[in-house]
Design a protein around this ligand. Structure first.
Ligand SMILES: Nc1ncnc2c1ncn2[C@@H]1O[C@H](COP(=O)(O)OP(=O)(O)OP(=O)(O)O)[C@@H](O)[C@H]1O
Ligand SMILES: [Mg+2]
Length: 249
């Protein structure tokens, strides 16, 4: 059982990296759970998937049930069964979309559910990959708190690496159970690679890889084509293979 959470600032390429991880890992004889933990659901599209129900959609049902259940009901089991009912089984992986509860209000419900999922459901899979929402909330609220590998996706800039440094400091400060942290620099131009590597070393950050800006990804995005169909020859896919080796997944 291994849990990988993909984090970072908005628009850095978290969803693209998550989809590419899955693309490269599906045929390796591992059971995989992909979780889209971003309320602004994007991962299914990147995977060429459509999901009818999200965990957030279950809120009303669970709220009603909670008030009407006989006192001896095992609420944990009920919750678990609802989560399984929205789990989409796909070829080579299962997909769970957190979504958001209907209407106004905060995302506490989905966040609490995600904590429950982390505690109970991920143990049934060899590998869980979580695409998180932009920013640090998943970490600061302790939703992502027990993971093997935290992957911080940044753009290929000095400031991007400084963000990764702040995330590392936050993880330490909050005492989160995060066993390893690596940075993926994304949309990197070849002439900046060396300097970025040096700067990452200065900051004591471990770089898992540098993914180039890939015209093919940009074209797929414009055409609304799923990234799971990217060819093996795509430069980003080739770098992802190296990243998987480096991370020992
Ligand atoms: N290596 C790359 N080459 C070309 N385009 C890329 C690359 N990585 C990401 N993109 C493009 O950058 C945009 C943002 O990517 P993505 O949606 O994965 O970011 P994100 O971090 O998940 O964003 P959000 O914070 O909104 O969830 C998309 O249009 C995507 O196609
Ligand atoms: Mg995203």
């Amino acid at each position: 059982m291994k849990v990988i959470a993909i984090t970072g600032k908005g628009g850095t390429g978290k969803t693209v990296m998550t989809a590419m991880f899955i693309r490269s890992l599906v045929n390796r004889d591992k059971t995989i759970l992909a979780i889209d933990a971003d309320p602004d659901t994007n991962l299914p599209e990147a995977l060429g998937d459509e999901v009818e129900e999200t965990v957030g959609d279950q809120r009303e049902f669970l709220m009603e049930e909670r008030d009407n259940l006989p006192p001896d009901t095992d609420k944990e089991r009920l919750l678990e069964s609802k989560i399984y009912s929205v789990l989409a089984e796909r070829h080579g992986y299962d997909l769970l979309v957190m979504g958001r509860p209907e209407g106004a209000g905060c995302y506490c419900f989905a966040n609490n559910m995600l904590r429950g999922i982390m505690d109970r459901i991920v143990k049934n899979y060899d590998l869980t990959i979580i695409d998180t929402a932009a920013g640090l909330e998943h970490l600061s609220r302790g939703i992502i708190r027990d993971v093997d590998e935290l992957v911080v996706v940044t753009d290929g800039s000095r400031r991007g690496l400084m963000t990764a440094e702040r995330i590392r400091d936050l993880v330490k400060e909050l005492n989160l159970k995060i066993r390893k942290m690596h940075v993926i620099l994304n949309k990197v131009t070849p002439q900046n690679r060396e300097r970025l590597n040096e700067y990452a070393q200065e900051l004591g950050l471990e770089v898992a890889g540098m993914v180039p800006f890939d015209e093919e990804i940009a074209r797929f995005d414009l055409d609304g084509r799923p990234l799971i169909e990217l060819p093996d020859t795509s430069p980003a896919v080739i770098e992802m293979e190296n990243i998987i080796i480096k991370l020992g997944i």
